[in-house]
Design a protein around this ligand. Structure first.
Ligand code: COA
Ligand code: AMP
Length: 630
């Protein structure tokens, strides 16, 4: 069947569509219905079913005789290691870890924070939680102790599972001191921490609180899979919102299984025995959906890559991993390709490797610029598929569904809406606009299975952030348009979220950090265009009267403060000290005008501006650091 027919079959009978998709999942108790609209506008899926995510990702493949197939390949250029774990081995390891967690009191519904680098143990920790029905919350390693503490206080974990260290090309990331620091800052204290000691750095354990990964599994009874209700949370994943407090996106178990399984075939065109590689991190949604759960549910081999697109050791790493591991579908962020292209513009490394298994390249996480897509098309000679989604949705809202039909690619567009998503572009009054007209992108409720049903501990915030602006719709926070053929174009965010190297960051959170500097009276953070990373954060600070610190020192301290409070991932390296910030007469800082001036794009003097001269001052300051070119 072609894409159009499939999409229409969902439109005509959404319930039938998702019940059919549910047939591919192993249920303890099958669902009698797909959608549960009882609490609309909050919707749930497969609520009367019972299921276990770990069973579907691991055990069922062993039962089906695929125990000897590789489930995980760990390819780690930063440690010069490459190893495989079969489904049978994974089952044994996960059951043992789950048994040990249970022996220390972790049960269904308990939260467990996972703070680990790109090692198979991170996936094992996630799966061990899923096995018990415990709710995991993975925190990205590039966040500072303070961010980890915020998450500890919000989800109140019974346990934290961490590694002793992570490895960045230029340094060892000392996870353990960060973890200890976070626990010190947090009000909530976990009952215990499990530490996976890596040989690159062995951490000191805190007596009475910390246990070692291997030791604490000694002699424990392996745990079986615990059935959970369809709407039992599988995990919480924090993501950036408008303010400093991150949003805890909740993922329910059954919808997550059904949707991911469907997407593996329909979008990525892979199934049992195929090798799938998403070069992301378990700390992001891509890591949850397409490093851990999606490929394993579908019986693929997933690649856990611990390295960078360039510098580990060179711009040929991605192609080596693909060729040595026979990768069929590959997923990365456009930034990674831009980094590779910068080092190897002619794609010479690509020619050194045999990529005959590669069927397609998928891009997401930020806008894929046509130049980068064309470069990849030219050198790889496979379809390059941009697809659009968010932490909130957990899987693609729009894509070119290769497993259904390869649609013509339109550069700059992530193609068309996937079944389950009725995507509309709305004007400020919430009315659908005509094709080609820019507006806010919204999705008609209900969202499909696998998407967020709410925010952890914050139902009101969920409603306010996503459901209030356009009643009956989910507000994506992205702006763009749909063309006459139904292709979507995602142009910008409508909120204070910026996207740096495929990482979603909140300028609001960064402003809170700058404001905490004792000399800073006022501040603003904007995302300016960056050739490599898409956007790059830039701070503006106005100093308090009588501040004694030199401008240079204030900037240095602000950069350090951001690293300490949010983490290196914020990539905050530049700030300008200015006299005043441009504002409207009602006092709103004109951030979007500042962005346009910085990027050298066309801008209009806002009618509501308080003092136009300030924009000239800002422009001069920007020109001083090589921005705001006419
Ligand atoms: N743990 C600790 N620190 C981390 C980290 C982690 N897991 N990941 C990144 N960092 C740090 C980096 O070391 C760097 O610190 P530095 O300021 O001391 O150098 C900082 O965070 C910024 O990192 P990064 O964004 O990786 O920038 P970079 O300049 O080192 O590398 C790219 C540039 C393009 C190679 C890199 O950004 C990249 O691979 N991007 C793709 C991202 C991606 O796949 N995203 C997927 C989302 S779907
Ligand atoms: P995250 O939740 O970190 O995955 O970030 C989601 C946001 O990244 C989206 O709301 C978009 O702003 C942006 N994004 C993700 N994928 C794409 C894409 N293919 N094209 C344009 N923007 C994208």
């Amino acid at each position: 069947m072609a894409y159009k027919e499939i999409y229409e079959s969902w439109q005509t009978d959404p319930e039938g569509f998702w019940m059919k998709a549910a047939g591919a999942i192993d249920w303890v108790k099958p669902p009698s219905r797909a959608l549960n609209p009882d609490h609309a506008p909050l919707y749930q899926w497969f609520t009367d079913a019972e299921v276990n995510a770990c069973w579907n990702a691991v055990d069922r493949h062993v039962l089906a005789g695929r125990g000897n197939q590789l489930a995980i390949i760990h390819d780690s250029p930063v440690t010069h290691l490459r190893k495989g774990i079969t489904y049978k081995e994974l089952q044994t390891r996960v059951a043992s870890l789950a048994g040990a967690l249970r022996a220390k009191g972790v049960e269904k519904g308990d939260r467990v924070i996972i703070y680990m680098p790109m090692i198979p143990e991170a996936l094992e920790a996630m799966l061990a939680c899923a096995r018990l029905g415990a709710i995991h919350s993975v925190v990205f390693g590039g966040f500072a102790a303070n961010e980890l503490a915020v998450r500890i206080d919000d989800c109140k974990p019974k346990a934290i599972i961490a590694a002793s260290c992570g490895i960045e090309p230029n340094r060892i990331v000392h996870y353990k001191p960060l973890l200890d620091g976070a626990i010190d800052i947090a009000t909530h204290k976990p009952d215990f921490c499990v530490i996976f000691q890596r040989e690159q750095e062995v951490a000191k354990l805190v007596e009475g609180r910390d246990v070692a990964w291997h030791t604490f599994q000694y002699g424990v009874e392996p745990a079986d899979c615990v059935p959970v209700e369809g709407d039992h949370p599988a995990y919480i994943l924090y993501t950036s919102g408008t303010t400093g407090a991150p949003k805890g996106v909740v993922r329910h178990t059954a919808g997550h299984l059904v949707a991911l399984n469907w997407s593996m075939r329909a979008i990525y065109n892979v199934g049992v025995g195929d090798v799938f590689w998403a070069a992301s991190d378990v700390g992001w949604v891509v890591g949850h959906s397409y490093i851990c759960y999606g490929p394993l549910i579908a019986g693929c081999t997933t690649v856990v890559f611990e390295g960078k697109p360039v510098g580990t050791p060179d711009a040929g790493t991605f192609w080596r991993v693909m060729s040595e591991n026979k990768v069929k579908s590959f997923f990365t962020a456009p930034t990674a390709l831009r980094a590779i292209r910068r080092d190897d513009p002619e794609g010479l490394f690509i020619k050194e490797y045999n990529l005959k298994n590669l069927q397609a390249l998928y891009l997401a996480g930020e806008r894929a610029d046509p130049d980068t897509i064309q470069w990849a098309q030219k050198h790889l000679q496979v379809p390059v598929i941009d697809h659009w989604w968010q932490t909130e949705t957990g899987w693609a809202i729009a894509a070119n569904p290769l497993g259904i039909e390869e649609l013509p690619v339109k550069l700059g567009s992530p193609s068309v809406a996937m079944p389950g998503y009725d995507v509309q572009v709305l004007d400020e009054g919430g009315h659908p606009v005509s094709p080609g007209t820019l507006g806010a992108i919204a999705i008609k409720l209900p969202l499909p299975p696998g998407t967020l049903p709410t925010l952890w501990n914050a139902e009101e915030r969920f409603k306010k952030s996503y459901l209030t602006q356009f009643p009956g719709y989910y507000e994506t926070g992205d702006a763009g348009y749909i063309d006459a053929d139904g292709y979507l174009y995602i142009m910008a965010r409508t909120d204070d979220v910026i996207n740096v190297a495929g990482h979603r960051l909140s300028t609001g959170a960064m402003e809170e950090v700058l404001a905490s500097h004792p000399d800073v009276a006022e501040c603003a953070v904007i995302g300016v265009a960056d050739q490599l990373k898409g956007q790059s954060p830039l701070g503006f600070v106005c100093l308090k009267k009588g501040a004694q610190t030199s401008h240079e020192d204030v900037v240095k301290q602000c950069v350090q403060l951001m690293r300490d409070k949010i983490g290196p991932v914020a990539d905050f390296k530049r700030a300008l000290v200015v006299e005043r910030l441009p504002k409207t007469r009602s006092g709103k800082i004109l951030r979007s005008t500042m962005v346009k001036i910085a990027d050298g794009t066309e801008w209009k003097m806002p009618a509501t501006i308080d003092d136009p001269v300030i924009l000239d001052e800002i422009k001069t300051a920007l020109q001083g650091i090589g921005l705001a070119k006419a």
